[in-house]
Design a protein around this ligand. Sequence first.
Ligand SMILES: NC(=O)c1ccc[n+]([C@@H]2O[C@H](COP(=O)([O-])OP(=O)(O)OC[C@H]3O[C@@H](n4cnc5c(N)ncnc54)[C@H](O)[C@@H]3O)[C@@H](O)[C@H]2O)c1
Length: 257
Amino acid sequence: MSINIDLSGRKAIVFGIANDKSIAWHIAKRLDEAGCRIAAAYQERNEQSALPLMRELKNPIFAQCDVTDDALLDSFFNKVKNEFGEIDFLIHSIAFAKKEHLRGKFIDADRKGYHLAHDVSSYSLIELIKRSVPLMKNGGSVVAMTYIGSEKVIPNYNVMGAAKAALEAGIRYAANDLGEQKIRVNGISAGPIPTLAASGISGFGETVMNHAHKSPMKRLVTADEVADCALFLCSDLSKAITGQIIHVDAGYSIMGN
Ligand SMILES: NC(=O)c1ccc[n+]([C@@H]2O[C@H](COP(=O)([O-])OP(=O)(O)OC[C@H]3O[C@@H](n4cnc5c(N)ncnc54)[C@H](O)[C@@H]3O)[C@@H](O)[C@H]2O)c1
C-alpha cells in the first residue's frame, strides 16, 4: 500500500514497544515510513526484544523508561529534549494489570491491583502529556490505545475495563485542556490482536473467535490497520478531530448481540 502522508521533519514519542507484535511497534514503523523521527521508550524487561527493532528505524532515539518511575521519566524526557528539542506526537500504547485480575470476577480485585492497573494504564496518560506538552511548541497530536472493554463487559477484562474507561474520559478532558494550544488528543479502540499484553487476559482466544464471528466484517483487525489510523490521527488529515475514540474493530462495537 502506498502512503502519501508526509511527516518529514516531525518527531514522535512512542511508549509501548515490547516486541514486533506490539501495536506501538506497528505505529512507530508507520510514522517512520512517513518520515517522522521516533523517540521510543521501552521497559527494561523487554530490552532484548525491543532493541533490535530500533535498528529498523531511521535515526531514532531510544531509552528504557517505566511510567511508574519518576527518575526514569525525567531521564527519558531530558534525553528527548536534548536530542529533539521539540516534538509533534505522543503515542501512548501501554497497559498493565496483574494476571490474577484479568480472570474471574471484577469484584475480586484488591486495592493495590486496582491502583496499579489505573496508574500504569490510565494515570500515565496525564503524566506523559504533562511532560510532552512543553515540547509541543507548534501544537501536536496525542494518540492513546484503548479497548471496548471500557464500554461493555468483556469476560475477564475486569479491572482493565475500568482503567480504560478512565483513560477514555481522560482523553476527552485532556482534549479540552489542550485544544487552544492546537494539541489534539484522541483514542483508538482496537479489536483484539494477539500481543504480549493480550496473552495475559484469560480466555483471550475465545474473545478473538467471538470478534471474528460477530463483527460485521467477519474478521479480526491487524496491528497495521490500527497503525494506519494512528498515522491519520497524527497527520493534518485529522486536524479538526479531538477528544474522540475511534473504533478500529471491523465494526464489532456497533453490534447489539
Ligand atoms: N492487543 C489487543 O487486543 C489490544 C486491543 C485494544 C487495545 N490494546 C491496547 O494497546 C496497547 C498496547 O498493547 P499491545 O497489545 O500492543 O501489547 P504489548 O504487550 O506489546 O504492549 C504493552 C506495552 O505496555 C508497556 N508497559 C507496561 N507497563 C509499563 C510501565 N509501567 N511503564 C512503561 N511501559 C509499560 C509494556 O512494556 C509494553 O510495551 C495497550 O494499551 C492495550 O491495552 C490492545
